[in-house]
Design a protein around this ligand. Structure first.
Ligand SMILES: [Cu+2]
Length: 197
């Protein structure tokens, strides 16, 4: 049966409804934790496809930029070398093991990260270079700034498990369960139940 025309027009006229989940991450003493990845995983539902399918992990002044890069599973990451010396990027991580042998400029093919997990990057030439690519099974994620705050935006209605990862995390805390019903602003805090190593 066809929908009445008036009802269809009303539906189209409604503004897009999406929520923001604000997350604060502190250590046991209350100090903010920067570079912490927070992500909301749909609970028992199909994960929406990635809205962003590519990302960049740069190399500048003998450092990876950014230090922590959160992406959704299936995202292609390019590894431009912005230095005028050569780097040799590698990962031995289970989620993605690869090498980009000594190079300058931008490698022709980006690398697709097709499994969730944490990939630790290194450079064979410069031992101090390290970075993390955090691959999550959801398009809803963000990373905390220096104040330990992040905002997961554009979250559709439904139930989510909000999870946490940061570079020297010892134990992941129990995920926070949140239910989004409309254009809510929800606040989640991680301040206990996880230890820095
Ligand atoms: Cu290097």
């Amino acid at each position: 049966m066809r929908k009445p025309l008036a009802a269809s027009l009303l539906f189209l006229a409604l503004p897009a409804v999406a929520a923001t989940i604000n997350v604060r991450v502190t250590d046991a003493k209350g100090a903010p934790i920067p570079d912490a990845v927070v992500y909301a995983v749909p609970d028992g539902r199909v994960v929406p496809p990635a809205t962003k399918r590519s990302a960049v992990m740069d190399q500048r002044n003998r450092a990876f930029v950014p230090h922590v890069l959160p992406i959704q599973t299936g995202t292609a990451v390019s590894f431009p070398n912005s230095d005028d010396i050569r780097h040799h990027v590698y990962s031995f991580s289970a989620a993605k093991s690869f090498q980009l042998p000594l190079y300058k400029g931008t490698p022709a093919s980006p690398i697709v990260f097709d499994r969730p997990g944490v990939v630790t990057l290194g450079c064979n030439i410069h031992d101090q270079m390290s970075a993390f690519i955090v691959i999550v099974d959801t398009p809803y994620f963000d990373k905390t700034g220096n104040g330990g705050a992040a905002a997961i935006k554009g979250v559709d209605a439904g139930r989510y498990l909000v999870r946490l990862w940061y570079p020297d995390m010892r134990d992941e805390p129990v995920p926070e369960t949140v239910t989004v019903s409309g254009s809510d602003k929800i606040t989640v805090s991680f301040g206990r139940g996880h230890g820095r190593s």
